[in-house]
Design a protein around this ligand. Structure first.
Ligand SMILES: Cc1ncc(COP(=O)(O)O)c(C=O)c1O
Length: 353
């Protein structure tokens, strides 16, 4: 288990030393000031309800207060990014020295971790999940090195759909001498499986969540990193000053006000997922449907390329994962609206090999 000071020693020295860009708006909290500091246009032309002529709050303070309230977390433990993808990139840039350090991932998993590592010239240590999509801890601890600075655990995992047990995550947290990132993009579909409650015990834990999935705001581009305030301060230092726009923050505010509606929509999607699973399992082109804690199903078909193209020719786009490890002949299918799911089943019923 790492202490806070050991965790902070993992930050790259140049980032530790970095003096961040500072805007006058960083210090400004009051209302009705005459704003002549940022070379903006003083006229609000395009939308009466949104002051898009002004730069947004660089630290998104109002949004963080609201998120803190619904998550039971302090605002200082919250970073907001232009999607959680921004947090992935920043974590790699803050903790991994290019050409020297590595990250660890458990494949098959979300592709952005290795893309961001590649962009930053950081090596990727890839560990293949067990056949039941659980993490092989022994293989992980044997395969990492002192230069492995960040491990990404996607839970629930994309594309396999399963959440990792909290016990597994804690075993990694207690022994790994680096940053443990748990990507919970799909956690709203299985909220009881979150690692957020571990945050106060492990200074090297970062939990990523997003408003892109269950919250129906993929187009707004808002992701969250929850972590120790010192890690959050480090991410804030490196991010671009105005990383989330005024319209996105306004939609977020509305969405949080209507949190209870979102929760009932989430349970509808979960019920629809189970209905879709039953209907898929009856199809002759489906060999098995894996259990899911998320809003998609990983489906093993008789021939993924052929089924994929058939669906595409019939105007239905799914994700072909057949070339991913452990996913031979698998398609990843998002749970849609009831009529979309019915159409999918109807088309698949007419598929002939
Ligand atoms: C596991 C996982 N993490 C993160 C993301 C991206 O989230 P965001 O839209 O917040 O960048 C996705 C999107 O597909 C995902 O599957």
């Amino acid at each position: 288990m790492m202490t806070l000071s050991e965790t902070l020693e993992l930050v790259r020295p140049n980032i530790m030393r970095l003096k961040p860009y500072s805007s006058a708006r960083n210090e400004f909290t009051g209302g009705n000031a005459i704003l002549l500091d940022a070379n903006e246009n003083p006229y609000n032309l395009w939308n009466d309800d949104l002051t898009v002529n002004r730069y947004p709050d660089p630290l998104q303070r109002e949004a963080k207060l609201k998120i803190a309230k619904i998550k039971g977390i302090s605002p200082e433990q919250i970073f907001l990014g232009n999607g959680s993808d921004e947090a992935v990139d920043l974590l790699i840039r803050c903790f991994c020295e290019p050409l020297t350090d590595s990250i660890a991932i458990f494949s098959p998993t979300y592709g952005i971790y290795s893309v961001c590592a590649d962009v930053n010239n950081v090596q990727v240590k890839e560990f293949i999940l067990n056949n039941d999509f659980s993490i092989n801890l022994q293989q992980f601890f044997n395969g990492i090195s002192p230069s492995t600075k960040v491990v990404f655990i996607c839970s629930p995992n994309n594309p396999t759909g399963n959440a990792q047990p909290i016990g597994t995550i804690e075993q990694i947290l207690s022994k790994f001498r680096g940053i443990v990132v748990v990507d919970e993009a799909y956690i709203d579909f299985c909220p009881e499986k979150t690692s957020l409650s571990l945050l106060n015990r492990y200074p090297n834990l970062v939990v990523l969540q997003t408003f892109s999935k269950a919250w129906a705001m993929a187009g707004a581009r808002i992701g969250i990193a929850f972590a120790n305030p010192k890690i959050i301060a480090t991410l804030n230092k490196v991010k671009f000053p105005y990383n989330i726009g005024v319209p996105s923050l306004s939609v977020l505010s509305r969405a949080i006000e209507q949190y209870s509606n979102t929760k009932s929509l989430i349970s509808q999607i979960v019920s629809e997922r189970e209905l879709l699973r039953l209907r898929l399992q009856q199809l002759s082109c489906v060999k098995m449907v894996y259990p899911s804690d998320s809003n998609f199903l990983l489906v093993k078909t008789t021939d993924a390329n052929s089924v994929y193209n058939y669906l595409l020719n019939n105007g239905i786009v799914v994700r072909n994962r057949t070339h991913e490890p452990l996913c031979n002949n698998c398609l990843r299918i998002t749970v849609g609206k009831p009529y979309e799911n019915s159409k999918l089943i109807q088309i698949l019923n007419t598929y002939r090999p």
